[in-house]
Design a protein around this ligand. Structure first.
Ligand code: SF4
Length: 400
């Protein structure tokens, strides 16, 4: 299928109903200095045009989606920049099509863009999980990152969300930021943990090409410090555990309320767990990726072009790659190893129809020898040290 396929042709690619949807909202108040996600400045006119186009794209996936999906995730960009009136149009349409509400319905929010009215509106519509882009609670570090919000805005917006009735809130934090000392990180963690959120996602800064921070790295004006980054990661794991969080993925921690212990806590982000377990998902909006029954696709990363395509009754696809069974299984193996539980051989076989031991035994043994992996009769997982190097370990599992 090419980018010029007509809207009606998308249903042909589905066979089993998909239960997980991602929607990319491509607008930001300003571009952060480290960010390589596709986003652009918001204008009222472009946001309205985007919402009209998005509702058309929603129509195209209906035959392939299970009504009232398991997860619906609005990410970005900054979804909380959309005004209430446009959220209303979007949600009304999604509801009419059976795409909303979802069991877990997440909206990413920037602390500088929330009001009590907007938070209440989203909660009343059925949104039941918020992911708040905090990144740091140090104003100098927020400036360094080019964020538009302040430390105080984080506390204020968290209060608003609780007032609006949200009882499942994720805080996104970052470490390994130039100028961030271990003391500053320790203080950010301590302050963030006092908020008692249900979930934490803590990422090490990546110097992505074509970002202002990457240019500073290339010019030698900032220098990464791997020992400091490792100390920050260890501190994170220790502090999160002390405050009752269960780590279930390299960067993700959640609370568990059930009485039966589990390596995947019940407040884990179900949407992301589906990615890491090799599940299918549709992706809507400019630059959004999808993975539906072994077919990976990506929409055009250009909002004007995205809208124009849909206005002409064309799919906004940029690429589609059918993956071989082995390549797909390799990707699924690599993603799943990001999780603390790794892979049981039985589950991997169910998801991929392949035995992890038949194609990757040597790779798993190599990781065990280096102290990075743990292999037994039931499955394979990375050790705590292996998780720190999960990206490198994952490369071993990829196949063309
Ligand atoms: S708010 Fe998020 S998506 Fe937007 S520029 Fe900053 S990091 Fe990127």
């Amino acid at each position: 299928m090419t980018a010029a396929s007509s809207l009606s042709s998308r249903s042909a690619i589905t066979c089993q109903p998909v239960r997980n949807l991602y929607v990319h909202v491509p607008f930001c108040g300003r571009k952060c200095d480290y960010c390589a996600f596709y986003s652009e400045p918001a204008s009222r006119e472009l946001m309205a045009r985007y919402v009209r186009a998005l509702t058309r794209e929603m129509d195209t996936i209906v035959p392939g989606v299970h009504p009232y999906p398991n997860t619906l995730f609005f990410g970005g960009g900054t979804p909380s920049l959309l005004p209430i009136s446009l959220w209303g149009q979007l949600i009304d349409h999604a509801r009419k099509l059976g795409l909303a509400p979802a069991h877990e319905w997440t909206v990413e929010c920037n602390p500088a863009t929330l009001s009590l009215d907007k938070a209440r509106f989203l909660r009343e519509q059925g949104v039941n999980r918020i992911s708040l882009g905090v990144q740091s609670l140090d104003d100098r570090i927020l400036d360094r990152l080019g964020r538009i919000h302040s430390r105080q805005a984080v506390f204020d917006s968290f209060d608003l969300l609780r007032q609006a009735g949200f009882d499942n809130i994720n805080l996104d934090l970052m470490f390994g930021i130039p100028g961030q000392t271990l003391e500053i990180w320790n203080q950010t963690l301590a302050d963030a943990l006092t908020l008692e959120s249900e979930h934490l996602a803590c990422y090490e800064l990546i110097f992505e090409e074509d970002t202002p921070l990457y240019l500073q790295l290339a010019a030698g004006s900032v220098r990464p410090d791997e020992d400091l980054d490792a100390a920050m990661y260890e501190l994170l794991i220790e502090r999160a555990r002390e405050r009752g969080f269960i780590q279930y993925e390299i960067a993700n921690f959640a609370r568990h309320r059930g009485s039966v212990p589990s390596m995947v806590p019940d407040l884990a982000c179900r949407h992301n767990v589906n990615y890491w377990r090799g599940g299918s998902f549709f992706g809507l909006g400019p630059s959004a990726s999808a993975f539906v029954h072994g077919l990976r696709s990506r929409n055009v990363a250009n909002t004007e072009l995205y809208c124009a395509r849909l206005e002409q009754n064309l799919l906004p696809l940029d690429s589609q790659d059918p993956l071989s069974t082995l390549a797909r299984a390799g990707e699924i193996a690599a993603f799943g190893l990001r999780m603390n539980c790794g892979w049981s051989f039985a589950e991997f076989q169910t998801v991929t129809n392949l035995d992890l031991r038949s194609h990757w035994l040597n790779d798993m043994n190599d990781l065990v020898e280096q102290g990075l992996g743990q292999l037994d009769n039931l499955g394979f997982r990375l050790t705590p040290r292996g998780l720190r190097f999960a990206d490198a370990a994952a490369q071993l599992f990829l196949r063309s």
